[in-house]
Write a protein that binds this ligand. Sequence first.
Ligand code: 3HC
Length: 680
Amino acid sequence: MSRSVTVSRDNEIAVVTIDNPPVNALSHHVREPLYAALTELAADDTVRGIVLACAGRTFVAGADITEFGKPMQKPDLNGIVALLETIAKPTAAAIHGTALGGGLELALGCHFRIADRTARLGLPEVKLGLLPGGGGTVRLPRLVGPAKALRMIVTGTPVPAAEALADGLVDAIAEGDLTGSAVAFLRGKLAEGVRPIPVRERNDKLGEDPAAFERAAADLARKARGLEAPLACAESVRNAVSLPFDQALAAEHALFRKLVAGDQSKAQRHLFFAEREAAKVVGIGKDVKAGDVARVGIIGAGTMGGGIAMAFANAGIPVTLLETDDAALARGTGMIGKNYAASVARGSLDEATAARRLALISGTTDYAALADADLIVEAAFEDMAVKRDIFARLDQVAKAGAVLATNTSYLDVNAIAAASARPEAVLGMHFFSPANVMKLLEIVRAEKTSPEALATALSVAKRIGKIPVVVGVCHGFVGNRMLTARSSENEALLMEGALPAEIDRAFTDFGWPMGPFQMYDLAGLDIGWRNRKARGETAALADALCEAGRFGQKTGKGWYAYADGGRTPTPDPDVEALIGREAAARGIARRTISAEEIIERTHLPLVNEGARILEEGIAQRASDIDIVWVNGYGFPVGKGGPMFWAGLEGWQKVRERLAYWHERTGRDAFRPSPWLSGRE
Ligand code: 3HC
């Protein structure tokens, strides 16, 4: 016996307990003693049944992801599951917490699964660019049918115990003591005296609704957007239906080996760990305690303020929303009400939950109502004087220890903090729009921000389901600063010969959900235009479009034309003519520009600006930048974020291509950052 796997006895039933904190991953030091224990128990005549359980907070949450990419040490998961299936005595997995990936596959090796009421079961491998490689794609369809299995495997979303019971994935839900219930369940089966049937032999559900399966598979293929794993998942579930068990299992194996060695899975595994790393702040140890946030105040009930209010209310945190007058407040709360009603109408939220969330948001025009807030988020007009005024006023009302956050997208948080008599309480919480949906939250650490305020912001961010990334103060922080570095190159490419649709196509082929020009049209071109004017900047083509009243989808015309108020972009000859005129006026001879050049010239400035951000210490680590771009801007997950992508391309190549474009264009965006030198 090892510390990771122990065996105890409840008379004739053996209980094997895995204990590998924090999530009982199936590391080699678990697999080896588990295999040995099962071998021994299989041969022990005094044992009549085996329960497989876990210590700690969860059942096995998967294979050990840190072992991927290294030679697999035997016994592997498939070996353990195969061994389980040869055991003639009844076996049951006792599942609490999350049975995920290899964890669920291990449970599928048992004859029965008994789950705690709060347990969740799923195969999330697709999120790591993989397919379940421990037999999940061939066993799950045998219990829940191919169409349901496909949905679970391709979305990777775990199902709650009650749903798993209804689908036949679990056999019973335990009330109270889980292990005790599993032992009692096995005794019941022994009393019935029926031979337990391994999952591999259960074929009756495999023929269920083939048409539904094919419809779902076709739909998924359309949505895969260049990712290989969802397609491999579908192929493998199809194999489970059409091939004999062992052949389907071998095919799953081959697909897994191919995916695990590929760049997409490497990128997605990088993102898994990067996301967890991003929440760790250099210089803040475990001794720094996050404050409790029981109530939040929000200043400004516009689009951002309203979305932020919903983000907190959705997590059950009461919100006081402040506006300057009753009319603005009514507009803001009205919009929140409409948003919840739309979710109910769409069926994504039930009426009672929507009403409960809405009731958590109360409105006020009186600053004194913010006195009991533990966190106050300012989401007022993006203007330094307005924000400084608000932070000075907050000194009068905010309670001692309250965290004071600004939702500015660009402004200097140090200057905002300087307006407060308690700058140590001030930081930035830069939400992305729509704030109730978008996962990313840039937490801006100003010069005087205290570790406690930062820890509180990080902890509440996780509570409301955000992915927080700590950044330093600079114009646009990490995300918007890098976006700016890229956008000037878009315009240059147009002038030199590319068309909006060609650039957008290069982006979607790269894996982006949409290209920059479609994005501009969706967001509205007038916002950038106003910002440029305020800063005394110009963008010849975008400015000309705005001067012609082409603000994007909302005016039916922007970089594209939109017929009859629709959302489908159609290339517009007027825009092509405009680009031609502006280029001719500058004496630029337009030429054909390849997709490769488009990607280089728009993505290298991102990497270079990211490098400068690291050089200045604005981001803590390169992987934080990847998290910002994947979660806030739609950078393709299969490329792992701009900095990981640069590593895949090769740093040497990145340096050379930047130097090449710097020489050709003279633009600062391509002047290689010193941070890049020497990276291999
Ligand atoms: N392997 C290695 N480490 C893991 C891990 C895994 N499968 N799952 C979690 N961890 C680590 C995390 O990196 C983190 O480490 P850190 O503390 O050093 O940062 C620690 O465990 C705790 O994880 P979380 O912070 O994510 O804890 P939560 O409580 O928030 O979430 C969880 C728990 C829901 C289990 C979440 O960790 C999770 O989703 N894990 C991954 C599940 C998964 O993808 N399983 C499939 C793996 S692939 C597989 O099984 C292949 C098979 O088919 C062959």
